[in-house]
Design a protein around this ligand. Structure first.
Ligand SMILES: [Cu+2]
Length: 469
């Protein structure tokens, strides 16, 4: 019996699932495959049937979960979970697809498409066993259809425009309804003219909490981060969804660093970060600093403890979700970012001529009669964020990257990057605690002559001079 309960836990059906119609069916299924001493092959089959199917379609819905009692709501940096109503024991959610004047950063706006006033940051949250009824009002100028990504549901609720349902036309409201037979980090997105509509921003996360979670499910901070990518050319007002590569805006919940809200944690909190990727073309290896994490779940469900492995970088492929969990035991400002270096850039970085190592000589003087503002750039790299603060920029562009940091120097990252702020004695999760105050002697600073002499480090100034030239 204990064994059966634990397998149901894996399936996501908790102990309350032991009452009601579901268990009746489950018991019948048991009868088909397990004798008192089932052969090894049969056991394997049973394992797969119980672990990797949604079970019977007709399940009796359980009571809607209550935030704070049945689950701790997720934290959505730069976004929010959608409100809901309970009508006749059903969780009713109203999703509104619409055009939104979206700011990726204060200096960079575009007319995107999204949901309920937000782009990429509108999260649906529910509890396993609930019946959900989701109305999707289409305020876009074109037909759409919303797919529930990773869900067990009736085929006609799957939301593939033209295949499983008629289009949801402009001005119309479509109704989706099914009973949640799983928990996990899942997603939703347009499934009609996907290249255009998902590229314009019609994507979101859909978090389903377990009905009777195992004790280890409980965390102190449960963050939801949705990754995406865009092309907004300088001076234009809409994303160019025809671009197939060289995306120039890489976002977390629709924002680029430094506009990505930090993930604020107390020291020794247990942290879960749910990552989803519904960008067009790129997989993102998300890397944490100062900590390791375990990959605890995918869009296919929970990973058993024995199969979890430690990492500091998790690859989140297009269409995938990954849960990572760790203890925030190291106070500080820790970068958390995509490790593809082109994905921690903002606009412009990709469109420069490569000038690294070029000696411009009097090129600037020769060019200025033709282009008065001409300046050769990039000979020693592209660290131009600060320059962008003083130089004239094309309309609707932001600095290629960066932000002035706590030491007055530039943080040379933008795009798909945020900061995990771990603090002792934190008063509130809802305030940015500012830059980390390092204990004395714990910052890498310029080495003194005394220190160099003590440790026998000889600095060869000739090669340094050559490197600087
Ligand atoms: Cu990336």
């Amino acid at each position: 019996m204990q064994d059966k309960i634990s397998r149901r836990r894996m399936l996501g059906i908790g102990v309350t699932g032991l009452v009601g119609g579901f268990v009746l069916n489950q018991s019948q299924a048991d009868g088909q495959s397990s004798g008192a001493t089932a052969p090894a092959a049969g056991e394997r089959r049973e394992y797969w049937e119980k672990s990797y199917t949604g079970g019977p379609v007709e399940v009796k819905p359980l009571a809607p979960g209550v935030p704070g009692r049945d689950y701790a709501p997720v934290v959505v940096p730069n976004g929010a979970p959608l409100p809901f109503k309970i009508v006749g024991g059903v969780k009713v959610i109203h999703l509104v697809a619409e055009e939104i004047d979206h700011a990726f950063d204060p200096g960079l706006r575009a007319k995107c498409w999204g949901f309920n006033g937000r782009v990429n940051g509108t999260v649906i949250e529910a509890v396993e066993g609930e019946r959900v009824r989701i109305y999707v009002t289409n305020r876009l100028p074109v037909a759409t259809s919303i797919h529930w990504h990773g869900f067990y549901l009736p085929n006609g609720m799957d939301g593939v425009g033209g295949l499983t349902q008629p289009y949801n036309k402009p001005g119309e409201t479509a109704k989706y309804e099914w009973t949640l037979r799983q928990h996990g980090t899942l997603m939703y997105h347009s499934h009609h003219d996907e290249m255009t509509q998902m590229g314009m921003g019609m994507i979101g996360m859909f978090i389903v909490h377990p009905r009777n979670p195992a004790p280890e499910y409980r965390v102190d901070r449960d963050f939801a981060l949705l990754l995406s990518e865009w092309t907004v050319e300088a001076g234009t007002a809409r994303p160019n969804t025809l671009k197939m590569n060289d995306f120039n805006i890489l976002t977390i919940n629709g924002k680029v660093f430094p506009s990505t809200a930090p993930l604020v944690c107390k020291r020794n909190d247990k942290i879960r970060i749910r990552l989803g990727n519904l960008g067009a073309m790129d997989h993102h290896p998300m890397h944490i600093h100062g900590h390791h994490f375990r990959i605890t779940a995918t869009d296919g469900g929970d990973i058993p403890l024995s199969a979890q492995w430690p990492e500091s970088t998790v690859l989140v492929g297009v269409g995938q979700t990954r849960n990572i969990e760790f203890i925030s035991d190291a106070p500080g400002d820790w970068a958390f970012h995509c490790h593809m270096t082109h994905h921690v850039m903002n606009q412009m970085g990709h469109q420069f001529t490569n000038m690294v190592g070029v000696k411009p000589g009097d090129l600037d003087d020769k060019m200025r009669p033709l282009l008065p503002a001409y300046m050769t750039m990039g000979q020693t790299g592209m660290d131009m964020g600060r320059m962008a603060e003083t130089m004239p920029m094309p309309r609707n562009t932001i600095a290629m990257k960066g932000l002035s940091g706590p030491f007055g120097d530039y943080i040379s990252m933008g795009g798909m990057m945020t900061v995990i702020k771990v603090r002792d004695g934190l008063k509130s999760y809802f305030e940015d605690p500012g830059w980390y105050q390092h204990p004395a002697g714990t910052v890498a600073t310029k080495a003194s002559d005394t220190e160099l002499a003590r440790d026998g480090i000889e600095v060869v100034t000739d090669s340094k001079a050559a490197a600087d030239r």
